[in-house]
Design a protein around this ligand. Structure first.
Ligand SMILES: [Mn+2]
Length: 303
């Protein structure tokens, strides 16, 4: 599965390797960045390419900061150092890293978390990761790692994310990480409580790709949008989903690639697979600007 950068040709540097000087008087910029997955060298190169200034610009990173790539420690240290400038949401790989570090989950064959687990500042890095939210709304964009269920408004999404976040940050956090894994229940119901409720929330926010018209989630299929199994569709194409009037940005879906619609922005362009790491510069009222750097493959697709 060879990936190419899917977006429009970058206007600054990037693929063509020509980086014109960034004028000092440029206005503050807001960027969304897709799945970094431990590719710190690519993240550093992307920040250089966009002329990122910590004193002027703001970054939003859409989850899966760690794992699969070679340098999760570097990514976490870099983003931690950008406190107040970079804002992150957690993805499934971030939660998996917390579960493995807590000793409640075995590492999987493709994990590259060992250097994080052995880092001298591991508790600081993991403690910081555990504090990251699962949804954010800023600059008119609702940000999650994977998806939003059709029954949820933007306000509901933030509320449900906060419920989960409170558990993860609290004394029950490790117990939840242990019980987090599982695909059931597959459908949201306002009446859900306890673990089943948290399961649906975590699965929607960090793993969702396809669901049915009634919001039943499907987790087997990892193909692009046209690979929907019978009766299912990409979550953002469910008719009358309650966030249809919002802008929702997400990552997680490398086979979907880069997508810029008026209602959804998808930014996982497969960095860790040898695709690109993408930044989207938000242009309020105008066309967003996509900036990408190509990445060496850190993983081969598994069987
Ligand atoms: Mn993911």
């Amino acid at each position: 599965m060879a990936h190419t950068c899917l977006g429009r040709p970058p206007r600054i540097g990037g693929l063509h390797g020509r980086t014109p000087p960034i004028p000092d008087n440029r206005l503050m910029a807001v960027y969304l960045i897709g799945d970094v997955q431990g590719c710190d060298e690519a993240l550093e190169r992307l920040l250089q390419t966009i002329g990122f200034s910590a004193s002027r610009d703001t970054l939003y990173v859409l989850g899966d900061l760690v794992n699969r790539g070679p340098d999760s420690v570097g990514v976490l240290r870099r983003l931690m150092a950008l406190d107040g400038t970079a804002y992150c949401v957690m993805g499934n790989h971030d939660l998996h890293a917390l579960a493995v570090a807590a000793g409640v989950r075995q590492p999987s064959r493709m994990d590259t978390l060992q250097s994080l687990l052995e880092a001298r500042d591991r508790e600081t890095l993991l403690g910081w990761l555990r504090q990251q939210p699962l949804a954010l709304q800023a600059h008119g964009v609702l940000m999650v790692h994977a998806g939003v269920l059709p029954q949820w408004s933007a306000q509901d999404t933030l509320g449900h994310a906060a419920e989960l976040q409170d558990v993860l940050r609290g004394p029950e956090g490790v117990a939840f990480l242990q019980q987090m894994y599982g695909n059931e229940p597959a459908r949201w119901d306002d009446a859900l409580t306890g673990l089943p409720r948290l399961r649906v929330i975590v699965n929607a926010l960090t793993r969702l790709r396809f669901c049915s018209a009634d919001g039943t989630m499907e987790f087997q299929t990892k193909e692009g949008a046209d690979g929907a199994p019978a009766g299912y569709m990409p979550w953002f194409d469910v008719p009358a989903r309650r966030t249809a009037g919002d802008v929702v940005a997400f990552g997680h879906w490398s086979t979907l690639g880069w997508l810029d619609r008026t209602d959804v922005i998808a930014l996982d362009s497969g960095c860790v697979w040898g695709g690109c790491l993408s930044a989207l510069r938000l242009q309020p009222g105008g066309q967003h600007e996509l900036l990408q750097v190509p990445c060496p493959p850190a993983q081969k697709p598994g069987p």
